[in-house]
Design a protein around this ligand. Structure first.
Ligand code: XMP
Length: 510
């Protein structure tokens, strides 16, 4: 953990990352630590304030997530949901099962006059809990209630501690950010220390100090994250940087050429593209299991880089575009692994020994990466590009990846993207793509029976890729795209539009 950090201790809550983002939006540096490693982090570097997240457990249950209460002595603390219950339980109050689980929008019916929540009477708040505080711990006063939750917030002014049963970090609590702001600036008395400009200045310095006059490879996919890493490195180290892109043949139509053009226009032009399309397709032949595909692609990436590295340049450092959600998900309090999409930990040990890994964006969220990109002078067209998965189209092809199946996805995707632009919808979509299902179905074309493939179109709104909802396109738009795809893409006789949100689905099909 860095110096002067607002530490969010993660008790496994679904909104924990969101708390960190909100704090950073307020101009303060914040990090997330799972509860089980928080003690070490706090002892190593005392945080300026602590926020305790929500979580699915009950403090009354066996093996409930906990920390030593003494760790927080003298540190301004905000407890949210489970975090509030933990404070009550650990500090000598009482927690019990609520008569009925409170979920969704509620109104604060009464608030204590003169308290921190003075202005909150009748305001909406978002609740999601089964337990609640029955008795506040010594030093605390109850300061708000809903119809079914008599102690919906409590505070200890002298101890600079505040706790709320509801979730101020979600947009469903309309004034929620005010609570975070009051806690951070009025109660903890912190000063702003976080902005894209500052991040660029400090990171450029840090990269110069770390790499000195040595050389560095920058792994480039053409995506936003690796482009911003390349721009940061070039600003810090100029000629010492060589950007390398592996064209694994699983990119969108025309993508490799576009990356070359963009890099030449906006960066240091030292970009080497390794054309390894056939080799990746050969390695993927016959493979249908999603995780196996990811591993084959990930491993082959490192092998290809290693093979070529000596002839390109003699580099000791290897930079890549890992961002904060990858890091957090790799060591989170809710450790269930859904997909191995992280650069973190997925890299073979020999590769880590061969190069010193440099990940200048590993503490940033996607929107912060974009802000840093703009700060570095990259064009909005590049910075606002959609996220694209490292294994590319391979995770958009259910079943075997073959040259012909890649072609179908690329062609359908190109049509979809063209039509989004033509309809002026591109800016409203966080991510959109065409994918191929692992089935075939019967159709009729020109009086002939066909037995061909369906394309799935997916387009979502999202804030950070952690949750997503489908874009409600007009029927005419979808019908028009469908007509173009079945008419123009050989091998496709049906088109579906995916209406599932995340959760329960994920954004990519695999
Ligand atoms: P899911 O499918 O998990 O995706 O909902 C969330 C976000 O992550 C991207 N994604 C990946 N990115 N390597 C990556 O670099 C991967 O293997 C990978 N899988 C998913 C996905 O495109 C979405 O933006």
């Amino acid at each position: 953990m860095q110096k002067d950090t607002v530490l969010v201790i993660d008790f496994g809550g679904q909104y924990s990352q969101l708390i960190v983002r909100r704090v950073r939006e307020l101009g303060l540096y914040s990090e997330l630590q799972p509860w089980f490693s928080a003690a070490e982090a706090i002892r190593a570097n005392r945080p300026t304030a602590v926020i305790l997240s929500g979580g699915p457990s009950s403090v009354l249950g066996e093996n409930a997530p906990t920390i030593e209460p003494e760790l927080l002595d003298g540190i301004p603390t905000l407890g949210i949901c489970y975090g509030m219950q933990w404070m009550a339980h650990a500090l000598g109050g009482q927690v019990g099962r609520a008569e009925s689980r409170e979920y969704g929008r509620r109104t604060l019916d009464s608030v204590a006059p003169g308290s921190t929540l003075n202005d909150w009477a009748k305001r909406s708040v978002w609740m999601s809990h089964g337990d609640q505080v029955l008795e506040v711990p010594p030093g605390f006063t109850p300061i708000a209630a809903t119809g079914s939750c008599p102690i919906a917030a409590m505070e200890d002014r002298a101890g600079r501690r505040l706790a709320v049963q509801f979730h101020p970090e979600v947009t469903h609590t309309p004034h929620g950010k005010e609570i975070l702001s009051t806690f951070l600036f009025d109660i903890a008395c912190l000063k702003q220390n976080w902005s894209p400009t500052r991040f660029v200045e400090e990171t450029v310095e840090a990269l110069r100090a770390q790499i000195g006059n040595k050389k560095v490879f920058c792994a480039t996919s053409g995506g936003v994250d690796s482009s911003v890493v390349a721009a940061l490195l070039c600003k810090a180290l100029g000629d010492q940087v060589t950007c390398v892109m592996v064209d694994h043949g699983l990119l969108r139509a025309g993508e490799a050429e576009m990356v070359k053009e963009e890099f030449t226009a906006h960066f240091h032009p030292k970009l080497i593209v390794l054309d390894e399309q056939e080799r990746f397709l050969d390695a993927l032949a016959g493979v249908t299991e999603p995780e196996e595909k990811r591993h084959i692609i990930g491993n082959l990436f490192t092998v290809v880089f290693d093979e070529h590295s000596a002839e390109i340049a003699d580099c000791d450092f290897w930079a890549q575009g890992t961002i904060y959600p990858d890091v957090v998900e790799s060591g989170s309090a809710t450790a269930a692994k859904i997909k191995s999409h992280h650069n973190v930990g997925g890299m073979p040990a020999w590769f880590r020994e061969r190069f010193t890994i440099v990940e200048p964006l590993r503490l940033l969220f996607k929107d912060e990466v974009r802000a840093v990109g703009l700060e570095l002078g990259l064009p909005a067209s590049l910075v606002n590009r959609q996220p694209f998965p490292g294994p590319g189209i391979a995770v958009r092809i259910v079943g075997e990846v073959t040259a012909d199946r890649v072609r179908m996805v690329q062609e359908a995707d190109k049509i979809f993207q063209e039509e989004l632009v033509a309809a002026g919808l591109q800016g409203q979509v966080w991510q959109s793509y065409a994918a191929l299902l692992g089935i075939q179905s019967v159709g009729v074309m020109g009086d002939e029976r066909t037995y061909q493939n369906p394309i799935v179109l997916r387009a979502i709104h999202s804030e950070d890729g952690m949750t997503a909802s489908p874009v409600p396109f007009a029927f005419e738009f979808l019908e028009h795209v469908t007509n173009r795809i079945v008419n123009e893409v050989k091998g496709i006789n049906r088109v579906f539009y995916d209406l599932t949100s995340k959760p329960p689905a994920t954004i990519e099909l695999e």
